[in-house]
Ligand binder design. Structure first.
Ligand code: SAM
Length: 281
């Protein structure tokens, strides 16, 4: 996979697409202006979303057109439906945007079963508009503005499905880690957490401070640090952005990577397995 932050990539791209040079320079200037005076990534990215939302809401959440917004929302919903989503499930969507997938989840789920969080007030206001345009008022969905992903205001062991599409693509690693660390607390037993990311095959890098490329190994190691097993979903194909999807589930069974100490107790011939998730006295 190409490293888009390299000068050689940028020069080759400019030679192939000369019409993109002016928009690129404009984007660099806008990025510098949006970053000026912003202390942390969330306030910077909030201003990116405000800027983009003022131009085009569908484009702001990563679609190239409204038709694509509709199509990509359907793809996300169909994927979860194929993976056993039930109307009675409690769903948390991190970085819900203007409900590209959320409106379909809200329609399908029982009232009060959809919870969306996002850092962008403009996007959440447009999400409310989508709910009224789609006639979903009686579903009583929750849309909450957040400034971080600690999720401290949400109940423990509550959500059956946690979903974050094209969100960690815009987050530095400390925010990704904060999210993975927090999600475990709010996941119900047997729940899963799906998220997509931009994959780097070599060095990890970022473009314009807003697109972050991670190695799969970095994310699976983070998941393991917080007690999850991470699996790449090979039945997910994003035809536009080529973002892979990782599914995190709570590690319950013994894994060959876990430290295991087998002790034979003196009083019997049985074995006691010492393991972080399964400590015997
Ligand atoms: C590319 S859009 C995708 C929106 C939605 N998931 C979808 O697929 O339509 C990324 C969204 O994530 C939100 N976002 C970015 N960083 C976030 C963070 N640290 N916490 C919560 N939301 C975040 C943005 O405001 C934006 O709405």
């Amino acid at each position: 996979m190409t490293n888009r932050s390299r000068l050689s990539y940028k020069l080759a791209f400019a030679a192939r697409h000369p019409g993109q040079i002016v928009p690129y320079v404009r984007r660099v200037c806008v990025d510098a202006w949006l970053r000026a005076g912003r202390r942390d990534h969330v306030s910077y990215y909030r201003s990116v979303m405000k800027y983009k939302a003022a131009h085009n809401l569908d484009v702001a959440v990563g679609s190239r057109s409204h038709d694509q917004w509709v199509e990509f929302g359907q793809m996300q919903f169909d994927y979860l439906a194929r993976h056993g989503l039930e109307p009675g499930d409690q769903v948390l969507e991190i970085g819900c945007g203007n409900l590209r997938a959320g409106r379909l989840l809200i329609r399908y789920l029982d009232p009060g079963h959809y919870y969306g969080v996002d850092i962008s007030p403009e996007i959440l206001v447009s999400a409310q508009q989508v709910i009224s345009d789609d006639g979903l008022q009686d579903k009583l969905s929750n849309l909450t503005l957040v400034t971080d992903l600690t999720l401290e205001f949400l109940p423990p062991s509550y959500f059956d499905v946690v979903h974050a599409n094209s969100v960690f693509t815009h987050c530095p690693i400390d925010i990704v880690e904060q999210s993975i660390a927090s999600v475990g607390r709010v996941m119900a037993p047997g729940a899963f957490f799906d998220f997509t990311f931009y994959r780097a095959d070599g060095d990890e890098y970022q473009v314009h401070h807003e697109d972050f490329y991670y190695r799969t190994e970095t994310l699976t190691a983070l998941a393991a640090k917080y007690g999850f097993t991470a699996e790449l979903q090979d039945d997910w194909h994003d035809p536009w952005d080529n973002q892979p999807k990782l599914r995190l589930t709570r590690r319950t069974a013994l894994s060959s990577l876990d430290p295991i100490l087998v002790i034979q107790t003196p009083a019997s011939t049985s074995f006691c397995v010492k393991h972080p998730d399964n400590l015997c006295n």
